[in-house]
Design a protein around this ligand. Structure first.
Ligand SMILES: [Zn+2]
Length: 256
């Protein structure tokens, strides 16, 4: 979907319109796009902030719970005056302050079996930024089933991981992780600088996928370790036996 830009939008986005292969065409594509973000905490909050700044037309955010004091070291959409009140309201308020042109839709729940299909159906690109593998697998399954691109991003300690799933063309999250890593926990060591780095990289992936520029991490996994500043990209092959995207899977998309 393409949307014409107003003069005010041309001024707001002027510095990114200078990116040669992006330009007005890329900006119109961003304006016409809907992006779902599963959780807007440390990582997903950075994704949302970057995409709002860049001018994605519609952000659909899912995140449960109320702001806690110990969210504030990393969840940059949450504010001290909002402690005890819904996180999703704080996130939406901050994003609207940053860019009132962006339509922000909120759901004060995390992604579940009940809501995943409906949420993914309403987006052009999905971003999975939840720490729990159960939610990330759900997003992956629905994205593959519906043929929607999915950016999966995660972090732990000073490390991050990122990949982009293009259903029917590339490995999916379940090809990469056939089962939940057994030691994964909901609470983990984190600096905002690491979460925001991973979230910003994921936002760049979304911008590239929507605008059709650059080379997304399709079929590749980016690993980063900020303790010694090591970045690596490794190819990820599709698993033909994958329970989600393999040839025998009930949810596998039609062959591209
Ligand atoms: Zn797969």
């Amino acid at each position: 979907m393409y949307s014409e830009l107003t003069d005010e939008e041309r001024r707001r986005y002027e510095w990114q319109l200078w990116v040669p292969d992006f330009g007005e065409e890329g900006q119109r594509r961003l304006k016409g796009a809907s992006v779902l973000i599963s959780r807007v905490g440390g990582v997903g909050g950075a994704v949302a902030m970057q995409l709002a700044a860049a001018g994605v037309g519609r952000l659909l955010l899912a995140h449960a719970g109320n702001v806690r004091l110990d969210d504030l070291n990393r969840q940059l959409l949450m504010t001290t005056d909002w402690i005890g009140k819904p996180r999703i309201e704080s996130a939406a308020r901050r994003l609207r302050e940053l860019n009132p042109h962006v339509e922000v839709e909120t759901l004060g729940e995390n992604v579940t079996e009940e809501n995943a299909a409906g949420l993914v159906a309403r987006c052009d690109v999905a971003v999975s930024a939840a720490p729990l593998f159960s939610e990330r697998f759900l997003m992956n399954r629905e994205a593959v089933r519906q043929g929607k691109p999915l950016v999966d991003c995660a972090m732990y300690d000073l490390e991050g991981r990122l990949t982009t799933v293009q259903p029917g063309r590339t490995a999916c999250l379940s090809c990469l992780y056939p089962e939940s890593p057994p030691n994964w926990k909901r609470e983990f060591p984190v600096f905002s600088a690491v979460a925001s780095t991973v979230g910003s990289l994921a936002a760049m992936e979304v911008i590239k996928v929507v605008a059709g520029i650059g080379k997304p991490l399709a079929g590749r996994l980016l690993t980063l370790d900020l303790r010694d500043m090591r970045f690596a990209t490794v190819p990820v092959a599709r698993d033909t036996q994958c329970s989600v995207c393999g040839s025998c899977s009930p949810v596998a998309p039609p062959k591209a």
